[in-house]
Design a protein around this ligand. Structure first.
Ligand code: AMP
Ligand code: ZN
Length: 114
């Protein structure tokens, strides 16, 4: 299996997991750009937002709902930023769909922008 995030899903590569259910996994970004920087991923290998199908709509909805819950539970109750980079133009580096969740106790600095 060559996909980095698929290997994290199955436990072949360690990650600082903060949430897991049947469909979703959230873990700390290895190079955080904000006091709180999590990645929320589907366990299913979907390359990017460009590969989404109609059947993925509920899954994407769950990712959004989970983002606000994890922000509140992890020290960012007063707001956060979500980013999904897509494809070459979107500067996507890891081709397994992921949502960046950036937050912290204070307003984010420019290093938290993408
Ligand atoms: P993107 O540019 O949206 O594809 O971002 C990929 C993100 O994955 C970057 O913010 C990396 O720091 C992060 N990343 C890469 N490898 C790992 C890893 N092993 N564990 C956690 N985060 C990672
Ligand atoms: Zn994958």
């Amino acid at each position: 299996m060559s996909c980095l995030f698929c290997r994290i899903v199955v436990g072949e590569i360690p990650a600082a997991k903060v949430y897991e259910d049947d469909e979703l996994l959230a873990f700390k970004d290895i190079h955080p750009k904000a006091p709180l920087h999590l990645l929320i991923i589907p366990k299913e290998h979907i390359e990017s937002m460009a590969a989404l199908e109609d059947r993925h709509a509920p899954l994407m909805g769950r990712m959004m709902v989970l983002a606000q819950r994890l922000a509140a539970e992890n020290g960012s109750p007063e707001g956060f930023r979500t980013v999904v980079n897509t494809g070459r133009v979107g500067r996507q580096e890891v081709y397994h769909l992921h949502m960046h969740l950036l937050g912290g106790p204070e307003p984010l600095g420019s290093s938290a922008s993408f």
